[in-house]
Design a protein around this ligand. Structure first.
Ligand code: ATP
Length: 503
């Protein structure tokens, strides 16, 4: 695995996985572009999630809802009122920080002083943050007393009282910008699932329990985007809302925790690197009955959230439904006089309308990308003393499955065979197969090690009968990324050989 974020950032840029967004104009903070190899790896990762969660189950449906949503959706979801992070300003230089990030970035003795001023133990950082959020006046006093420094200037700051900062991007819809013609870019994909609950039930005849899965972009105006693609303003999420009969929710919550850990393992992210945080009651979001945060051990950052698996009770459908008072909701919801739909489903035993409970496994694609990359990253010292960097990605995630390399790029008898092999392997539907004639063979191997190509197939003079060994005619060399073993394989056997290895 990678030992630092830096080596991943550098690999991503060097080999074309990820670039800074709007780079030629100086870059835009919190936005990244996935390059030629990044888009392949990202697509493979999303496809693996979709396969496991939609195709391999019989209780799921898929969805692709729109990104810009009616302001009423985000009002009744609770986002207008509560989707905010506390921020503080430094009056000395007008820099603005997310309160918990600011404190976390201080030296240990300063953090200890802040914790003490808030009557908390420095060992329990979430409790310190909760206390800071709960009492703004005491918080700004604590920052001052502890001598909290500005991470930008390095000097002790002059801090304002923390204020909530709403993270939603708001945008005008249509040609007239009046008080009502605005919508929001969704801050999570989940709301599109809740607003389509009735459509999906009516069009598929689903009964409880069942889930709806969606992958898509979400937008959060993070106060301090940072740590490469870990915290960005335009992100992608893979979310499931699993609807179940109230009372069965705890079992389904346990089911999904297990399923998700298995999935991470299948992507090369082992359980031993994921800590399960059973979020303490006092830190739970208001809609949540219980939440497990999966905390992956990122290089440089340490354990940070890669996925949240929440039991959201009947809060979401209960918030978006009409006739709330008749439905015996468990969650406490804001009154809704705007919705025109009743979001119930017949109870599978009694047939009485019921608002189901929801289990939500919500993973970030970008954070998944980073974890997968980090686990695959390997630095090896070869027998000859040379160092090699190799991405030991699971084959289904590899951006390029096979590179077909003609040993001489201007000898037609060789390039013709190589192109034919490329076309045949491409036809297998495994993903991208690359015809690679960009440089000398040693460089090509090094490059494909670094981007995780499982196999390189080389067509040489022997293949076309212009070599020394007549027995090698119509065979190619196949090089294995991980073992570095080189095997001579008959061209007529190649498809079957590759398919078996990549399965
Ligand atoms: P954090 O506490 O790190 O800000 P969160 O608790 O707000 O995250 P959720 O609202 O639970 O995150 O979102 C679900 C998932 O979406 C997260 O587990 C994470 O993988 C991803 N995610 C959330 N915010 C971002 C972001 N700004 N950049 C990248 N991924 C994100």
């Amino acid at each position: 695995p990678a030992t630092s974020m830096e080596e991943l950032v550098s690999l991503c840029k060097r080999r074309g996985f990820i670039f800074q967004g709007s780079e030629i104009y100086g870059g835009l903070q919190g936005f990244y572009d996935y390059g030629p190899l990044g888009v392949e790896l990202k697509n493979n990762l999303k496809a693996a999630w979709w396969r496991a969660n939609v195709y391999e189950r019989d209780d799921m449906e898929g969805l692709d809802a729109s990104i810009i949503m009616h302001r009423m959706v985000l009002r009744h979801s609770g986002h207008e009122a509560t989707f905010s992070d506390p921020m503080v300003d430094n009056k000395k230089n007008n820099k603005r920080y997310r309160l918990d990030h600011l404190v976390k970035d201080q030296k240990a003795d300063v953090i200890a002083k802040v914790a003490q001023a808030m009557g908390q133990s420095a060992d329990n950082f979430p409790a310190v943050v909760a206390a800071l959020n709960a009492s703004p006046t005491q918080a700004s006093e604590a920052l001052r007393a502890a001598g909290v420094r500005d991470p930008f200037s390095g000097e002790v700051g002059e801090w304002t009282e923390p204020k909530p900062f709403n993270m939603m991007f708001k945008t005008t819809i249509g040609p007239v910008a009046d008080d009502e013609s605005y919508g929001y870019l969704r801050p999570e994909t989940a709301q599109g699932i809740f607003t389509n609950f009735k459509n999906v039930v009516d069009s598929t005849s689903r009964r409880l329990p069942f889930g709806i899965a969606q992958i898509g972009k979400a937008f959060r105006n993070e106060i301090t985007p940072r740590n490469f693609i870990f915290r960005v303003r335009e992100l992608e999420q893979m979310e499931i809302e699993f609807f179940c009969v109230p009372g069965t929710d705890e079992d389904w919550h346990a089911h999904w925790l297990e399923k998700r850990l298995t999935w991470w393992e299948d992507q090369g992210v082992p359980r031993s690197k994921i800590e399960i945080l059973d979020v303490p009651k006092e830190d739970l979001a208001h809609y949540s009955k219980r939440t497990y945060d999966l905390m992956y051990d990122y290089p440089t950052l340490g354990h940070e959230e890669i996925e949240g698996i929440a039991n959201r009770s009947d809060y979401d459908l209960g918030s978006h439904t009409k006739n709330q008072s008749e439905l015996g909701l468990v969650a406490s919801v804001e009154e809704n006089n705007d919705s025109i739909a009743k979001l119930t489903i017949p109870h599978p035993e009694t047939n009485k309308p019921v608002v189901p409970f929801v289990i939500e496994p919500s993973a970030g694609v970008d954070r998944a990308f980073l974890a997968v990359l980090s686990e695959a990253f390997t630095k090896e010292t070869l027998e000859n003393g040379n160092e090699r960097i190799v991405l030991k990605l699971r084959p289904h995630l590899a951006p390029i499955k096979v590179a077909v390399i003609p040993l001489a790029r201007n000898r037609e008898e060789i390039t013709d065979v190589a192109k034919k092999i490329k076309a045949e392997l491409q036809g297998l539907g495994l993903g991208r197969v690359l015809y690679e004639d960009s440089g000398n063979i040693g460089k090509a191997y090094r490059r494909h090690d670094e981007v995780g190509t499982p196999f390189c197939v080389t067509v040489d003079f022997d293949t076309v009968g212009k070599g020394e060994d007549a027995a090698l005619v119509d065979t190619v060399t196949v090089r294995d990324r991980d073992t570095l073993a080189q095997e001579r394989v008959k061209i007529s056997d190649l498809s079957v050989w590759i398919q078996a290895k990549l399965r």
